[in-house]
Design a protein around this ligand. Structure first.
Ligand code: ZN
Length: 172
């Protein structure tokens, strides 16, 4: 297994729309394992491939700290096909936006369609925190960050912090 470097706010890959995956081979399985390991050592509960500078549609979710029945696993080409009308507010953070946490309003429940590592298709209906993590990670595949989804006033207040993260990128 290998750990990957997580890229941070201001890196252009975080703003790209990720490409669909069409090859379900050993390399994809290896990438999924590496992403799970990278997520776990970073204490994250989700990670999307663009965050390790790969613009392809795969995410991993590791909720085992919260739900012991959960096994960390990968979701390929995930797409949300339905949203609940009901929304809630939860504080979110992101491994690519260190030091910032903000409240984000999102639908409570979703229906998500995805492929497994062998290419087989599944559709899940999920609620609560898991639905939240799916939405956050699938946003990454579309170049959207949670800071895009905070209120306009909060966004203004965040701007100096985000600018600071951006400046760290350019000095690397
Ligand atoms: Zn994130």
């Amino acid at each position: 297994m290998a750990l990957h470097k997580i890229i941070t706010y201001g890196h252009p890959t975080l703003r790209k729309k990720a490409a669909r995956i069409t090859k379900f081979d050993e390399n994809l399985k290896k990438l999924a394992e590496d992403m799970i390991e990278t997520m776990q050592v970073s204490d994250g509960i989700g990670l999307a491939a663009p965050q390790i500078n790969k613009s392809i549609q795969i995410i991993v979710i590791g909720m085992d700290l919260i739900d012991e029945k959960w096994k960390p696993r990968a979701f390929v080409n995930p797409k949300i096909v339905a949203y609940s009308d009901e929304t809630d507010i939860m504080e979110e953070g992101c491994l690519s936006i260190p030091g910032i946490r903000e409240d984000v309003v999102r639908p409570i429940g979703i229906k998500v369609r995805f492929q497994n590592l062998d290419g087989s298709e599944e559709e899940w209906e999920v609620n609560g925190l898991l639905a939240r993590v799916f939405q956050h990670e699938i946003d990454h595949l579309n170049g959207i960050l949670f800071t895009d989804r905070v209120s306009p006033l909060k966004k203004k207040l965040l701007e100096p912090k985000l600018e600071q993260l951006r400046s760290l990128i350019s000095t690397h």
